[in-house]
Design a protein around this ligand. Structure first.
Ligand SMILES: *Cc1c(COP(=O)(O)O)cnc(C)c1O
Length: 373
């Protein structure tokens, strides 16, 4: 028997969220599963989606290779593209789609001895000012790519900077700039990340690129009832104690009891990826009821307030986030983003639920590697 801390991943919820995202967007959608599927396990998530998905997107070629080695046959787009000639070669061998966002990557394609014609996604910068060709160079970059003789099809894409802030005009300005810069170019279009897809109908084109929303989380503030949380970060109370008024709790004595306070000890901490910045009062569910984190989060332990939950005791279930407590709520309280929290989860074993569409089917498919030493 190991400690009761687990990361439960509901792949039926993942599938439902993907189908909702694609339905809302219309057309097709790449499921973005970079960063180990935002902490959910890229291989298991890809396997769970492979029968319904139009394709996947990852950041780096290594991530795509891991998926291919696990037998994933769907299209895979590499969002940062190839970094050198050997990655171009690998992309050909692994049959990957490549984003091209700067001239060096066009040069790599030109110089590639590969006979293959790549499916390339040409990234146009419309305001992010990070990766992508300047909009004034969109036609030029398209021309240089075509004349390389190494491309089969070119999909035109851009990425939004502020789509999670509905009403901010920047997203519409980015769409306008993209449409103007690409007006004369053929090919399919892809504009929307999750926030764009949820907030801005004008951004829905041939391909959506939902990431965060697949995992049931959002950043634009609005609740989207159709989205189901996929990850539950769960543990249980393994000890209790009572503080008298005036007694303090934990490192830094950041919590001081103002009344007799019953404390539950939970065997999960920031080494599992729970944010150390979570302050007193951060919501946590014990036996399905919302209560509060109290005291500073330790490496391997955290403490919760059981004073108003007289039935809670050793063995009571604890949900740090999941169906009762949204990861967004914990992120807001901790001054973090849900992206960061989900990607940071580690050490505790992941348990996959509903892998065969059956309610009680439960299978451990992957144990995240634990770094030691
Ligand atoms: C990460 C990423 C996405 C997905 O973004 P979410 O906000 O998680 O939906 C889409 N497109 C690109 C280019 C990305 O890098």
């Amino acid at each position: 028997m190991t400690r009761p801390t687990q990361i439960r991943i509901d792949v039926a919820a993942l599938r439902a969220n993907y189908l909702f995202a694609r339905g809302l967007h219309g057309g097709r959608a790449l499921a973005v599963i970079k960063a180990d599927a935002y902490g959910h396990g890229a291989v298991a998530c890809a396997q769970a989606l492979s029968a319904v998905v139009d394709g996947f997107a990852v950041a780096f070629l290594d991530e795509a290779r891991t998926l291919r080695e696990a037998g994933v046959r769907n299209p895979i787009l590499v969002l940062e593209g190839a970094f050198n000639a050997s990655e171009i070669k690998l992309a050909q061998q692994l049959d990957l789609w490549l984003v091209v966002h700067h001239d060096e990557q066009i040069r790599l394609l030109q110089e590639s001895p590969a006979q293959a014609r790549f499916n390339v996604w040409l990234k146009i910068d419309t305001g992010m000012s990070r990766a992508g060709f300047k909009s004034s160079d969109a036609t030029g970059a398209h021309e240089r790519l075509l004349s390389s003789g190494k491309v089969g099809s070119i999909t035109l894409m851009t990425h939004f900077a502020r789509a999670d802030e509905p009403g901010v005009p920047m997203t519409v300005q980015q769409i306008d700039l993209f449409d103007k810069a690409t007006a004369s170019l053929p090919g399919e279009r892809s504009l929307s990340n999750s926030a764009g897809l949820l907030t801005t109908p004008a951004a829905r084109r041939d391909w959506g690129r939902p990431g965060l929303m697949l995992y049931g989380a959002t950043t634009h503030g609005a609740e989207v009832p159709e989205l189901q949380p996929v990850m539950s970060f769960e543990s249980s109370v393994f000890a209790t104690r009572t503080l008298e008024p005036g007694e303090s709790l934990g490192y830094g004595a950041t919590f001081v009891a103002s009344r007799r306070t019953r404390v539950g000890l939970v065997c999960a901490g920031y080494a599992d990826g729970y944010p150390q910045t979570a302050p007193n009062g951060t919501p946590v569910a014990v036996d399905g009821q919302t209560t509060a984190l109290i005291g500073r989060v330790s490496m391997d332990m955290l403490t919760v307030d059981l004073t108003d939950l007289p039935d809670a005791d050793i063995g009571s279930s604890v949900e740090l986030w999941g169906r009762n407590i949204s990861v967004g709520a914990v992120a807001r309280a901790s001054a973090r983003s849900p992206y960061e929290l989900l990607c940071a989860v580690r050490r505790a074993p992941r348990v996959y639920l509903n892998t065969e569409n059956s309610e009680d089917h439960c299978e451990i498919l992957s144990w995240p590697r634990v770094r030691t030493g």
